[in-house]
Design a protein around this ligand. Structure first.
Ligand code: EPU
Length: 305
């Protein structure tokens, strides 16, 4: 491997808290994937920044991991350094809330309801972290993070600390400049959202109702990665999968959910290869039946070949 020289390896070994050949399956909601060659979990932004800056200087590949909810990690694992970002502090200033990228969206939804703030209830349906939500403009029930986002503090290896207003993040449907554009490889340190003052009890009631609904329509207690495909313009991937008769289709221990066609469930012991084969099968069949090209929403990372 090109980056695998002695001094680079020595630097990785000396990184505080680093471990080698660390299982990633248990750190993804799918419960699938091979090991990280090097793995470190960090809460202090300065430590995360130092780690990825060090990687850049040495040409070591790195992957920033949040709650691992929208990921399919290859069975052969991930080369280089995987950094699990776990800074979870939050600060409420009137109706503005700034929180660390590692804080879970669902947790933040409860925190702001407790503070009698409204406008963040949708986050109770977003399984990942705040950083992950910014990375791909996550949302639920027709509302996305960009609608409440004011500012993001970040770090770009080679360019240092940065602050991005929403236009710089170039949000699109389940994407941003961080996922697919000129901010690729940058770290989200924290994000600030603008909410409105309101009745926290009402917010909690709404969140309970939405969660009940989600329970009935999505297999949320299973091992899955959330929506597998993006919804095609004006249609629903789940509807198309159902109409193609693909619910219950399986590859190994990976199966298309009977409850919601846009979910693939790991029944236990599914491999990333199983899931990838199943995704491709669904895409081929939906294209054949309806002429619609589905596009995966789940991000495939690691060494596939
Ligand atoms: N439908 C079917 N069969 C199915 C599933 C859905 O006919 O198996 C139909 C439903 O009856 C409904 C339509 O398809 O008429 C849309 O389904 P749903 O309301 O479940 O929403 P979705 O478009 O499938 C989106 C987000 C979800 C989010 C829900 C709820 C995407 C790709 N998915 O799903 O987000 O939780 O709305 O707001 O945008 C995620 O991003 O990971 C995710 C789960």
């Amino acid at each position: 491997m090109s980056w695998r020289t002695k001094s680079r390896l020595a630097w990785l070994h000396d990184l505080p808290g680093v471990s080698e050949n660390e299982a990633l399956a248990s750190r993804t909601s799918f419960g699938i994937g091979g090991p990280a060659e090097f793995f470190v979990e960090l809460a202090r932004p300065e430590a995360i920044e130092k780690a990825i800056e060090g990687c850049r200087e040495r040409d070591i590949p790195y992957l920033l991991l949040g709650a691992g909810t929208n990921l399919l990690v290859a069975d052969r694992g991930v080369e280089g350094l995987v950094v699990r970002v776990v800074n979870r502090e939050h600060h409420i200033d009137g109706t503005r809330v700034r929180a660390g990228a590692g804080l879970k969206m669902m947790r933040l939804a409860r925190i702001v309801a407790d503070a009698n703030l409204r406008g963040f209830e949708f986050a109770i349906g977003v399984p990942g972290t705040l950083g992950g939500a910014v990375y791909q403009d996550a949302g639920c029930w027709g509302k996305e993070i960009r609608e409440v986002l004011v500012e993001v503090d970040g770090f770009m290896p080679g360019a240092g600390k940065q602050t991005w207003k929403p236009p710089a993040l170039k949000f699109g449907y389940r994407t941003s400049a961080l996922r697919d554009g000129d901010l690729k490889g940058a770290l989200v340190v924290s994000a600030t959202v603008q909410l409105t003052r309101g009745d926290g009890e009402e917010a909690k009631q709404l969140m309970s109702k939405l969660t009940r609904e989600r329970n009935e329509t999505q297999p949320i207690k299973t091992k899955n990665c959330g929506s597998v495909f993006k919804n095609p313009q004006g249609d629903s991937a789940g509807r198309l999968v159902q109409a193609a008769g693909l619910k219950g289709t399986r590859e190994g221990a990976a199966v298309v959910s009977e409850l919601h066609g846009n979910f693939i469930i790991n029944e236990g012991g599914a491999t990333a290869a199983d899931v990838k084969r199943l995704i491709e099968r669904v895409m081929v069949e939906v294209k054949r039946r309806f002429g619609v090209q589905l596009e995966p929403e789940v991000e495939m990372v690691g060494q596939w070949k």
